[in-house]
Ligand binder design. Structure first.
Ligand SMILES: Nc1ncnc2c1ncn2[C@@H]1O[C@H](COP(=O)(O)OP(=O)(O)O[C@H]2O[C@H](CO)[C@@H](O)[C@H](O)[C@H]2O)[C@@H](O)[C@H]1O
Length: 619
């Protein structure tokens, strides 16, 4: 498992005002420019310059959640999952030093990831001479390989509503499915806590490798006691922990079904947060628990109660005193807002109400008696987390503005000193055109000759006329207001006047799904709209298309443009958030006139007001 960190090396740009909308005609114009650019490219104008800023991360299983047994010494080293004595580990140069915990009589009672004198980290062998600093050690890219190792190793607990390949509706699943593996490869001990969704389809088999740990935890919430249990799989150096409860067993995706979002999501994710706080304390993974000295990475509102619980439920009793939490915001538009009366259901002490208190502005209230009082889980996480991260630098700034802050901009601005952005990486083993299992032909960015076979195969599979020279534009994503689908739909008649083909893959808002079906029957020879969630098709579109269109109104990071750049597919993106940060706008004058850049970045010319309505604030 390797990661590609596109953030490094990309010139940092000062983001201009977050634009909440783009002009559809502008999008069409840009797509047309890309078409003509593509034509020039096809005509021998040279390949698009795809600049990758950094190489992949170190592969390998590593990690140390998966071994057990009794140590013979107080400290021993572990390398690539194998246990060695300390002396042996020293010669290997890549071992981890662990400590044994002893009772008053000196008998070993367990193992600690922290040496007794420095209880919050372990040292990584090979970092001799540089001990005492707290930086992640990374060497510069060497022949496409990134050597990265940590000198401080943490017990990291991801809490997330989705983690691929077990569950995925979008980018959150991708990141929480691959980043833990990359961190484990660097020497951290990593656990991912996520629900064990069972929806009665073949997708349930994804959890087949996870075994019931036989551990139940009682959660006091929603006026009763709920019992949750845990399943566990140790895979690629990571402890994947799945919380089991009947509320995760129903048809649909993690958040809803064809009738919309589930009405009990607040309940389901409250359970997740309580369970995630218990997991490091009670689950003996690989023989021993993670313990209290954890770093919780809480992803989006679904995990947002975790930092609140640390402060409200555990620390008053001396538990998790040294634990820290990082809130990772993948999408600020979803905040977990419910009526104020639901606060009492969350299993929090009454005096902590203010942490979650949220009052809608007058204009957003629905009737004269509406006081606008609500609880907002993400707000609670923002005020209680030790650090706040977004998935790109640009987005970390945008959320502090009125246009991009979804009502939380002032609060986020007040926490600027702990707010930062780190651009997402991607899993370059899954997304690699030279090995991608879903492709009809393999190729690489330095030799795109196999790409045309992917295009022909895609045209064939979708029943489009097989025209290798016809520019093929693609879109992949959730059919959501965020993604600018309405802008594509209004640009479509103009786009279809050109000699192009257009393929869309997505699911979500039924209105957009209906529009895709209608567009397909209107433009039979040129347009295909695949309604549904289909990972193989997403790979085929990424490889088979010449251009990938992403006219997102806002985009915290965006992954598809990163995949596209890796597949030699020109991204055409709106200059917002992570799209602006990661796509280098094509400059025909660069490189002594031969051109340079990684795609097209268009600016919004029409600012559409973002209406922060209650509907958008609730999942
Ligand atoms: N119908 C379909 N079939 C198959 N695959 C599909 C699909 N629809 C989407 N996908 C896949 O889901 C992922 C979507 O990732 P994005 O980052 O573009 O969006 P998303 O808005 O969900 O994520 C949020 O979180 C991520 C991660 O932080 C941020 O990058 C992003 O900006 C933020 O909005 C991609 O891997 C894509 O291929």
């Amino acid at each position: 498992m390797e990661t590609l960190h596109l953030a490094r090396g990309i010139p940092r740009r000062t983001a201009s005002a977050a634009r909440a909308g783009v002009a559809a005609s502008r999008a069409a114009g840009r797509a047309r420019s890309a078409v003509s650019f593509w034509r020039r490219r096809s005509a021998g104008a040279g390949p698009v310059v795809l600049r990758r800023s950094a190489g992949g991360g170190r592969g390998g299983g590593g990690g140390f959640g998966g071994f057990g047994g009794s140590p013979q010494k107080d400290e021993f080293a572990v390398e690539d999952g194998e246990r060695e004595s300390e002396g042996e580990g020293g010669s290997g140069g890549g071992g981890l030093v662990l400590g044994a915990e002893r009772d008053a009589s000196g008998a070993v009672v367990g193992f600690s990831l922290a040496p007794q004198t420095r209880p919050d980290y372990v040292e990584v062998a090979g970092a001799e001479g540089e001990k005492g600093t707290d930086e992640i050690k990374e060497t510069e890219e060497t022949e496409g390989e990134e050597e990265a190792q940590t000198k401080l190793s943490y017990n990291i607990v991801f809490v997330t509503a989705e983690a691929a390949p077990y569950s995925k509706t979008g980018g959150l699943g991708d990141v929480c499915g691959s980043l833990p593996i990359a961190l484990a490869a660097r020497g951290h001990r990593v656990m991912v806590v996520s629900p064990r969704y069972q929806n009665g389809t073949v997708a349930d088999e994804r959890y087949a490798g996870a075994v019931d740990l036989g551990h139940c935890v009682k959660v006091h919430c929603f006026g009763g006691v709920q019992e949750v249990s845990f399943f566990h799989e140790y895979r690629k150096g990571v402890d994947w922990v799945f919380v089991d409860h009947p509320s995760y067993q129903r048809p649909g995706n993690p958040y809803g079904d064809s009738f919309g979002a589930f009405g009990d999501n607040q309940f389901r994710f409250t359970l997740l947060c309580h369970a995630a706080c218990e997991a490091p304390l009670v689950l003996p993974l690989g023989g021993f628990t993670y313990g209290e000295n954890c770093l919780f990475l809480v992803n989006d509102w679904h995990a947002g109660l975790v930092p609140v619980l640390l402060g409200a439920k555990y620390r008053p009793f001396g538990v998790y005193k040294d634990a820290r939490s990082v809130l990772v915001i993948h999408n600020l538009a979803h905040q977990g807002v419910e009526a104020a009366v639901t606060y009492k259901n969350l299993g929090l002490p009454p005096q902590w109400y203010k942490a979650l208190e949220w009052v809608f502005p007058t204009w957003a209230r629905t009737h004269a008696l509406d006081t606008g009082e609500a609880v907002n889980v993400l707000k609670g996480a923002i005020v209680t987390a030790d650090r706040i991260l977004t998935v790109s630098k640009g987005y970390s700034w945008e959320i502090t503005t009125a246009e991009g802050g979804y009502g939380l901009n002032e609060l986020l601005s007040s926490r600027k000193f702990v707010l930062s952005g780190i651009t997402n990486g991607i899993d370059i083993t899954e997304w690699d055109p030279s090995t991608d299992e879903y492709l009809a032909s393999h190729y690489c960015v330095s030799d795109l000759s196999g790409k045309v076979q992917c295009k022909i195969a895609l045209q064939k599979e979708l029943g489009l006329p097989i025209l290798p020279d016809c520019p093929l534009i693609g879109f992949i994503g959730r059919l959501d207001y965020q993604k600018g689908i309405d802008l594509i739909s209004s640009a479509m008649p103009e786009l279809m006047e050109d000699d192009i083909q257009f393929v869309m893959l997505g699911s979500g808002d039924p209105r957009f799904e209906e529009w895709m079906r209608a567009a397909e029957s209107t433009y039979k020879e040129k347009f295909r709209g695949w309604v549904g969630f289909n990972v193989p098709i997403s790979h085929k579109i990424t490889a088979g298309c010449d251009i990938l269109l992403m006219p997102s109104r806002f985009e915290p990071c965006g992954l598809n443009q990163l995949y596209a750049m890796r597949y030699g597919t020109v991204p055409v993106v709106h200059a917002t958030g992570g799209l602006r940060d990661t796509v280098d706008n094509f400059n025909p004058y660069a490189n002594e006139g031969s051109g340079g850049g990684t795609g097209y970045v268009f600016m919004a010319t029409l600012l559409l007001m973002t209406v922060v309505s209650r509907e958008r604030l609730c999942i």
